[in-house]
Design a protein around this ligand. Structure first.
Ligand SMILES: Cc1ncc(COP(=O)(O)O)c(C=O)c1O
Length: 292
């Protein structure tokens, strides 16, 4: 691993990046984060990521001690120190409750810890897009929104980690999680779409999932290229009878899913609607980066 890290304004290499063992991010998993990436060196959809970070913060009663412009400067400084030599950056922004005594009382942690991790963005292998990927439906159930709400992009990632580890054990690219009602919710680190009769369908936020920034942008891309994109409650049968399926995330854009639990989706090849949405997404990502 090679990364450049900014911990409360102090920028170092990964080996020298330290936080206190009394940070409540470590002790209690109390914190929130965002993952961004650059195109042509510029963080993509920055304002949307900051909007979601502020929403996550609000949902855990955490006040963020910086403006969007302050955070942009911190990211720029960390990226400059990382000197990625023209490569694109993976950027992870974390804000924890901060350092304090061993109590859940918020008075113990008046100052949040702010961490920025920058490393080289590693894209999925080209085959993931050309051939598609195989995923599985995992047994681990997505957090009930009344417990740790999946709307919060939280550092408390045990639910996702256990689900992802199940998917890895089963040799899959990703794991699809159901919610407590048995509806499909999302993948362990990505959102889920199916394509049926030309329309792209994705579970609604009421199915208990993270409102992905890429997911949101797919709605914009659909409007632009004339593909209907709707939120619909989905079950296993909808997935297995879909014409196409794909997953979306910041670091992976839109990846075609061609098998689920070793059963082919559609004709078992990446489909045209997925391809058109991905192409539109990439056109925008590159153009927005160039128009700075
Ligand atoms: C659980 C979960 N769902 C969805 C996503 C995709 O979100 P985004 O498109 O904002 O990267 C992620 C990203 O890490 C995630 O962890």
């Amino acid at each position: 691993m090679s990364a450049t890290v900014n911990v409360n304004g102090r920028i170092t290499g990964d080996r020298d990046a330290v936080v206190s063992v009394f940070d409540h991010g470590l002790l209690y998993g109390e914190g929130i984060y965002e993952t961004l990436r650059t195109y042509h060196g510029r963080p993509f959809l920055y304002a949307r990521h900051m909007r979601r970070l502020r929403n996550s913060a609000r949902m855990i009663n955490l006040s963020l001690p910086f403006s969007d412009a302050d955070m942009a400067s911190g990211i720029q400084e960390t990226m400059a120190a990382a000197n990625l030599g023209g490569g694109e950056a993976y950027i992870r922004v974390l804000v924890t409750r901060g350092v304090g005594d061993l109590t859940y009382d918020l008075k113990a942690t008046p100052v949040p810890s702010v961490i920025i991790i920058v490393k080289t963005q590693v894209d999925p292998a080209p085959e993931a897009y050309h051939v598609g990927v195989g995923v599985v439906i995992v047994d681990v159930v997505r957090n009930h929104p009344g417990t740790v709400n999946p709307m919060i992009k939280s550092n408390n990632l045990l639910n996702s980690a256990l689900a992802a580890q199940e998917a890895i054990r089963r040799g899959a690219f990703e794991g699809i999680m159901r919610n407590y009602r048995g509806e499909l919710s999302e993948c362990t680190t990505a959102n889920l779409f199916i394509v049926k009769d030309g329309a792209a369908l994705t579970p609604p936020l009421t199915s208990g999932l993270l409102p992905g920034i890429t997911r949101e942008f797919i709605f914009d891309m659909g409007r632009e290229i004339g593909v209907a994109v709707h939120e619909v409650v989905l079950h296993d049968d909808d997935l297995f009878s879909a014409d196409e399926a794909f997953l979306t995330s910041t670091t992976r854009e839109a990846v075609p899913i061609v098998t689920v639990d070793d059963r082919p989706i559609g004709d078992g090849r990446p489909g045209p609607v997925t391809g058109a949405l991905l192409a539109a997404f990439r056109r925008h990502a590159k153009a927005d980066a160039m128009s700075a």
